[in-house]
Write a protein that binds this ligand. Structure first.
Ligand code: GAP
Length: 514
């Protein structure tokens, strides 16, 4: 099945099974804004808990905060967002459609890569075991031609971004003969900068009102609380501050479902260190974060690092962790070495001294910062995309299944009485009463047992427990495992232990500490 079709199926699955709904749907929706349904919110909460525990339980020197969304407007001046948080936009004069100039060029570069990969795949098929990919890539004339074209374009693109050269970005689009996907024309406007922050007025009178912004990142709430946390917690460098919260960006080219939203949620951690130690900590956090992603079991090959062509105004090193979504490898998390930019800026704009006295060095300095910044919604999308499967069964039927990591699944077990009578529903109720304090359980008595299994597979429930007539006398139930569909007869008093062994968050946390 084409990846585009897989993605469409995932989007409709999310809606049909109560994971993600378009916002304000009965009013025809609101662009790039989404609501999480009854199962979506559970999965999202589990993702957030896994991240939070991995930061604050596994690192003694990382603590959490929850800062307000509204902040003093000068914060955004100091951080550089008022002046520099822009996207370069270009319009097609025929379709009147607006695009991000950098995204048009990135898509074009990705297409060249695809062509190269196709040549390599064709040759690999032709030569079989004797195929030497490295040699082929370095000698095949067509591949070399593609590579040269890509490298030249990429070098121009990186320079244009770094120089904020809007005219050169336009030139690249013209030279590469990039067409508007809608009109098919090359009739482009100039490239213009567009600030991504939403603003509103705070205060009751028009004269007294103050323009405030909806935060475009949670990070600044951490920087402006650096002194509060350091002093009240008697924190010693190195230490980190973690936060989960909503962020808002007026994304012009909002697309790909919950990948690029106007209201989204971030999980950010700022790690404060001695100046000069940033590269060592940057590498350590890169490794730690990649291990976290891979621990979810979606496939190690689905992740890769991607170093930034253009460093943000605050960074001296930056990389993304990308996940292979149905629409290609895409950024899920950014890891940035932010130097002392933010703390120094806030010192300058607030007039307060924001420094740390290091007792070991016997001197004060402005700490450097390594940031890990991850979008909850993008992790959500990577988990759903990585675990969505359609399987043909031996009996000719098919099933749609979410092979979610058990610890993150919205519902851990479903208890299903074989029939709606003979005391089986009551027995099922007793089992739920026993397990509900430890696991999210669901009771279902409607339809055939097969249909009920399918419903649980579709929301990713790892265990189904069937209560039958024998249960009333032998105190055993049948436990069915989601992925293998194997069934086992087990004692009711063993259920808690069996299920906890697989669904506890501890399993994931242990994986990343080993
Ligand atoms: N504090 C640094 C920062 O905000 P970023 O790379 O702009 O860095 C970090 O954003 C993460 O936030 C991204 O890797 C992504 O997961 C998520 N994110 C950013 N914009 C988003 C959007 N419009 N919709 C959903 N997630 C987004």
């Amino acid at each position: 099945m084409a990846q585009e079709d897989v993605f469409k199926k995932i989007v409709s699955h999310c809606k049909e099974y109560g994971f993600v709904f378009p916002s304000s749907e009965i009013y025809d929706g609101l662009g790039a804004v989404y609501d999480y349904g009854q199962y979506g919110v559970e999965l999202k909460n589990n993702i957030k808990k896994y991240w939070w525990d991995s930061m604050t339980l596994l690192h003694e020197n990382v603590v959490g905060i929850d800062s307000a969304i509204f902040m003093h407007p000068t914060i955004w001046k100091a951080s550089g967002h008022v002046d520099a948080f822009n996207d370069p936009l270009i319009d097609n004069k025929d379709s009147k459609k607006r695009y991000r100039a950098d995204v048009l060029i990135e898509d074009y570069l990705a297409k060249i890569d695809e062509k190269t990969d196709k040549e390599v795949a064709k040759a690999a098929k032709r030569f079989g075991d004797a195929f030497d990919e490295t040699q082929f890539r370095s000698t095949n004339p067509r591949v070399l031609e593609y590579q040269q074209k890509r490298d030249e374009m990429h070098a121009r693109f990186a320079k244009a971004l770094n120089d904020s050269n809007l005219e050169e970005l336009r030139r690249i689009i013209i030279d590469a003969e990039i067409v508007c996907p809608l009109s098919g024309s090359r009739n482009w406007t100039e490239v213009r900068q567009f600030n991504l922050m939403f603003s509103t007025d705070m205060g009751s009178t028009s004269e007294g009102a103050m323009k405030v912004y909806l935060r475009p990142e949670t990070a600044q709430g951490i920087f402006v609380n650096f002194l509060n946390v350091q002093k009240s917690g008697r924190m010693k460098i190195p230490f980190g501050i973690a936060q989960i919260g909503k962020a808002f960006r007026n994304e012009i080219v909002a697309r790909q479902f919950i990948f690029r939203m106007r209201e989204f949620e971030q999980m950010e951690m700022q790690f404060f260190i001695r100046p000069g130690e940033e590269m060592e900590w940057f590498d350590r956090w890169k490794k730690t974060r990649m291990t976290w992603h891979k621990s979810m079991g979606l496939g190690d090959g689905k992740y890769r690092f991607h170093d930034h062509d253009k460093l943000a105004h605050y960074a001296n090193a930056a990389t993304d962790i990308e996940f292979e979504m149905p629409f290609g490898f895409k950024e899920v998390e950014g890891i940035h070495s932010r130097t002392d930019f933010d703390l120094s800026q806030h010192e300058k704009y607030s007039g307060r001294k924001i420094q740390y006295f290091d007792p070991e060095l016997n001197k004060s300095y402005t700490p450097y910062v390594i940031e890990t910044s991850i979008g909850v919604d993008r992790v959500f999308l990577s988990i759903i995309s990585g675990s969505y499967c359609e399987e043909m069964l031996d009996n000719g039927e098919s099933r749609v299944i979410l092979k979610l990591p058990p610890a993150l699944a919205p519902v851990k077990l479903a208890v299903l009485p074989l029939v709606k009578k003979d005391g089986l529903p009551e027995k099922a109720g007793e089992i739920i009463d026993m397990l509900r304090f430890d696991f999210r359980c669901q009771y279902d008595e409607k339809d055939s047992i097969g249909k009920r299994y399918r419903r649980q597979d579709a929301i990713g429930t790892p265990y189904c427990i069937t209560v039958d007539h024998d249960t009333l006398t032998d105190h055993c139930v049948t436990i069915r495992f989601r992925d293998t569909m194997e069934q086992e007869r087990v004692r009711i008093d063993k259920l808690n232990e069996i299920i906890a062994g697989k669904v506890s968050m501890k399993n994931l946390l242990k994986k990343i500490t080993d």
